[in-house]
Design a protein around this ligand. Sequence first.
Ligand code: ATP
Length: 137
Amino acid sequence: LEQTLSIIKPDAVKRDLIGRILARFEAEGFRIVAAKMLHLSEAQAQGFYAEHEGKAFFAGLVDYMTSAPIMVTVLEKENAIGDYRTLIGATNPEEAAPGTIRRDFALSKTQNSVHGSDGPSSAEREIAYFFAESEIC
Ligand code: ATP
């Protein structure tokens, strides 16, 4: 079974969408094997999104990601990384397919409700960024 890192982002937490989004994960066959809430510091947000440093949207992304708490989870299923990207939809909610989480809940390209790892090496890095091995069930 494969694992991926999911983040329920500040816009969704602020709008009390955690329960509905977690229910979508479970309904699609993902098992939640780790979970925590945290309020990212600026340094934590910059470190998580280090690959985007220097881009025009980086400062706004860090401001947004530190604006309210987030919920990070590790999700497990066969083909978890690809299936989760399909479930959340395109980065821009206007381009996200009907029935995807971003199409249903996201507000904008930045405030797009959820994050998912984009491949096996980023999944490994991102899971380790937030969870010790002993915190994953
Ligand atoms: P995520 O990594 O969060 O799943 P993604 O893989 O769809 O999203 P990335 O290109 O990795 O998108 O960008 C990371 C995040 O940065 C996006 O989810 C979004 O919040 C923000 N972002 C990306 N591109 C833009 C942009 N052009 N304008 C504003 N915000 C952006």
